[in-house]
Ligand binder design. Structure first.
Ligand code: CP
Length: 338
């Protein structure tokens, strides 16, 4: 399963060029309509390692189901229960918590499987350190097989693929359409990775993007600058929810941790308490242009988004979650082509 040539990895969506991305979205739609790779088993006899250093519901189930349906065998491992912390620092004296280095784990697992999918741990460093994404980078350096990012600190390309398919299903041509992204309240905000990937992907497709968030919840400036550099679309940040929603066809909700207080839970909690009214309501949705709701989930009902919106006709969240399965089947069948 190791190969002498350097394997191709998917860390962020930009690892796919425009033709590959459009081809994947087309194939995903055909798979969903059961007209693509319906009878083929492109992963026949192949094993895919899924390593989780953080919990997951959708990514784990949809990817495992995708591997199965393509004839492959998924091997799921959770760091908390099945193995242990891994070190990623080069040249370190390993007398701390981690008993094994990614260098060794990646080299060994590459002997057993045909691809390794990783969801990295996040949470105890400053954002400046976290954004370097050193763990996923170490996996790509030391694995002899393709590495697929199942969500690192900075990126969530698998979610972005499903988001793009959902946007395309709903809006058709994306160029010139407006996407509003709104930060929302939660007692446990999550990572900004899905939003970083979404902003980057949507602008690459020509969408204009409005981002609403309270002061102190700015997204990663490097990611936003990169999105601007790779697009001629408009990007407006730091808006109120209402200003962001005006003219938007899609309102995408997510609660992300403040990057400024990333490694300071006390300051984070006191800052969070001030923004309890940041949620998605029917009134806000009505501000958009026949706006639909998207959310990567998990979603805290009546904290982030009201039941009325989540269960109403505007909600795309189940179609969006379903698209995780179809896009991942397409990705695996293209990415792991024999
Ligand atoms: N959207 C998403 O990645 O969900 P999980 O965290 O449940 O995998």
């Amino acid at each position: 399963m190791s190969s002498s040539t350097h394997p191709r990895h998917l860390v962020r969506l930009h690892d796919l060029n425009a033709d590959e991305l459009n081809d994947l979205l087309d194939l995903s739609a055909r798979i969903r309509a059961r007209t693509g790779i319906a009878t083929q088993r492109p992963l026949d006899g192949r094993a895919i390692g899924l390593l989780f250093f953080r919990g997951s519901l959708r990514t784990r189930v949809s990817l495992e189901a995708a591997v199965h349906s393509l004839g492959g065998h998924p091997i799921n491992l959770n760091a908390e229960s099945d193995f242990w912390e891994l070190e990623h620092t080069e040249g370190v004296v390993m007398d701390g918590r981690a008993p094994e280095h990614i260098r060794d784990a990646a080299a060994v697992i590459s002997k057993y499987v045909d691809a390794i999918a990783i969801r990295t741990a996040i949470g105890h460093r400053s954002w400046k350190e976290e954004r370097r994404d050193l763990a996923i980078e170490a996996w790509t350096r030391y694995a002899d097989v393709p590495v697929i990012n199942m969500e690192s600190a900075l990126w969530h390309p698998l979610q972005a693929l499903a988001d793009l398919l959902t946007l395309r299903d709903e809006l058709g041509e994306l160029r010139g359409k407006r996407l509003a992204i709104s930060w929302v309240q939660s007692p446990q905000p999550l990572s900004p990775a899905p939003i970083h990937s979404l902003v980057s992907a949507a602008m690459r497709m020509g969408m204009d993007v409005n981002i609403a968030h309270p002061p102190g919840y700015e997204l990663d400036p490097g990611v936003l600058e990169d999105a601007r550099q790779n697009s001629d679309s408009e990007l407006r940040t730091g808006l109120t929810q209402k200003d962001a929603a005006e003219g938007a066809r899609i309102i995408y909700a997510r609660s992300w941790r403040s990057l400024e207080t990333w490694d300071n839970p006390t300051l984070s909690a006191s800052r969070l308490a001030k923004h309890a009214d940041w949620r998605i309501t029917e009134d806000l949705m009505a501000t958009g242009e026949e706006a639909r709701l998207m959310h990567a989930m998990p979603v805290r009902r009546n904290v982030e988004v009201t039941d009325e919106v989540l269960d109403g006709e505007r909600s795309l969240i189940l179609r969006q979650a379903e698209n995780r399965l179809h896009t991942q089947k397409a990705l695996l069948s293209r990415f792991l082509r024999p």
